[in-house]
Structures are given as C-alpha cells and as structure tokens.
Ligand binder design. Structure first.
Ligand SMILES: Nc1ncnc2c1ncn2[C@@H]1O[C@H](COP(=O)(O)OP(=O)(O)OP(=O)(O)O)[C@@H](O)[C@H]1O
Ligand SMILES: [Mg+2]
Length: 236
C-alpha cells in the first residue's frame, strides 16, 4: 500500500471503491466491499484474513479474472476491470503471474512441460524457454524433479511447480493465493525469499494471501480483510 501523497506513477495496481456481490436476491453474498487500495511498484504485499473474509475474491478481481459489481481496478493507470474478457485475458497472459489455491497444473505434462507451457502462453521468446523454465524450477528447488508429472509429486512439490510456472516469464505482477499453504515453514520461507529476490532484482510487484505470521514479517505491508472489508490495524 502507499501513502496518499505517493506519485501516481509509482502505483502499479489500484482498486477504487470495489464491491463484489455473488448471486441475487436472498442468495446474494457480498464477498468484498468498500475496497480502496493502491499498490506501489516493486512492493510485496500480504493479504490476510479468516476463511471466507474475501481474500480469493479480491485477488481474482485484481487479476481481472472476475469483474467487480461496483468500482474499478486500475493497472498502470488504466482501467482493466471494465475491459472485455478477450482483452483482460491478453493482459493477464502478458503482465501477470498467477498462483491459484488449487494449483491448476496439467496432469499429463511433466513439471518442466507445465512451466514451459506457461512461457509459451505468455508469448515469451522461445529461445529462452529452456533456460527460463529450468531456472524457475531451480529457484523453487524442483529442478531435480522436473521430469515428473504432477500426480507423481507431493502437494508441496506441485505447489512449487505452480509457482515456477507463474514466475518463469518474469511478469510485472505476481498474484498468489496462499502460495505456501502446502509447504512446511522452512520451504515456505525459501519460496518467500525467492519472491523477495524477484522484487529486488526484477522490480516485480507481488500480492499474496497468507495465514503465515512468519511471512507477514517479511513483506512490506499487510492488508487485513474482515467480512470483505479492509480493516486498518493500529501499529503496535
Ligand atoms: N462464486 C461464488 N458464489 C457465491 N459466494 C461466493 C463465491 N465465491 C466466494 N463466495 C463467498 O464469498 C465469501 C468470500 O470468499 P473467498 O473465497 O474470497 O474467501 P477467502 O478469504 O479466500 O477464504 P479462504 O481462506 O477459505 O480461502 C465467502 O463467504 C464465500 O462463500
Ligand atoms: Mg481463498
């Protein structure tokens, strides 16, 4: 997050008065509301909150996977939330890395092929695919298992392959939904160190949801959600 006086050019991602309601009438669920936030380029942000507090909903709105019922999401000063799906999907492929709560790997492809497939979808230079895929797998400690398919890997190993796929094309923005949920605390911290290096060395901007207090100490800012709203915590 940034202070009100932060120059606009330093803001990569912004949500203005965002609200998301699922369903209608008696079945309507307001998943998030009154969301105003600005995320500075090259910062690392954690989103925390109880189960059902709206973390995944907010992340999906920031990723333009879903559209707000009210309000707008801006990326680099342009509204992305109101673009047609085709343009949103092109934007996602080129600017975004995504790590989902359910990893979304393709079961018939090896770890390497999953990561390489992500590079192809992102349209990155084919001459760099091998090097970038292997490097990303190495960053998360999965290079030695890269020939294995997801069903042959543990949950934590699959999660690390999903992270490698999300970062291999070096997106400007990484949105990760509980990227360390399946990892023990040591491996979780190792992945966060990789994230920190990407922020420091490539200027990547990272927003991730987490329940891990150790990770909240490492990020630049923590945004807390309660019943779909951002709660400002007193500095203690
Ligand atoms: N497609 C949907 N239709 C109806 N309600 C939904 C839908 N998606 C999410 N919700 C509701 O919106 C609220 C926020 O859900 P969300 O998945 O964002 O929570 P979360 O903070 O990510 O929780 P968790 O920590 O369990 O992943 C919940 O009450 C949930 O049931
Ligand atoms: Mg969630």
């Amino acid at each position: 997050m940034v202070a009100a006086e932060t120059p606009i050019a330093q803001v990569l991602l912004q949500a203005v008065n965002v609200k998301k309601v699922f369903g209608r009438g008696d079945n309507a669920v307001t998943a998030v509301k009154n969301i105003d936030l600005s995320i500075r380029r090259g910062s690392m942000i954690a989103l925390k909150g109880r189960s059902g507090s709206g973390k995944t909903t907010l992340l999906n709105l920031l990723a333009a996977l879903d559209q707000p019922t009210e309000g707008q999401v801006y990326y680099d000063g342009r509204v992305i939330s109101e673009l047609p799906e085709k343009q949103r999907s092109t934007w996602r492929r080129t600017h975004l890395g995504l790590v989902f709560q359910a990893f979304g790997l393709i079961p018939l492809m090896s770890a390497y092929e999953n990561v390489e497939f992500g590079l192809r979808i992102a349209g990155s230079n084919p001459a760099l695919h091998k090097e970038r895929a292997e490097q990303a797998l190495d960053w998360v400690g999965m290079k030695s298992r890269m020939k294995h398919r997801p069903p042959e890997l543990s949950g934590g190993e699959q999660q690390r392959v999903a992270i490698a796929r999300a970062i291999a094309h070096r997106p400007a923005l990484l949105l990760a939904d509980e990227p360390t949920a399946e990892l023990d605390s040591r491996m979780g911290l190792q992945v966060i160190k990789v994230f920190r290096d990407l922020v420091e060395n490539l200027g990547m901007t990272i927003v991730m949801t987490t329940h891990d207090p150790g990770i909240m100490e490492i990020v630049d800012h923590v945004i807390a959600l309660e019943d779909g709203e951002i709660v400002v915590e007193p500095n203690v």
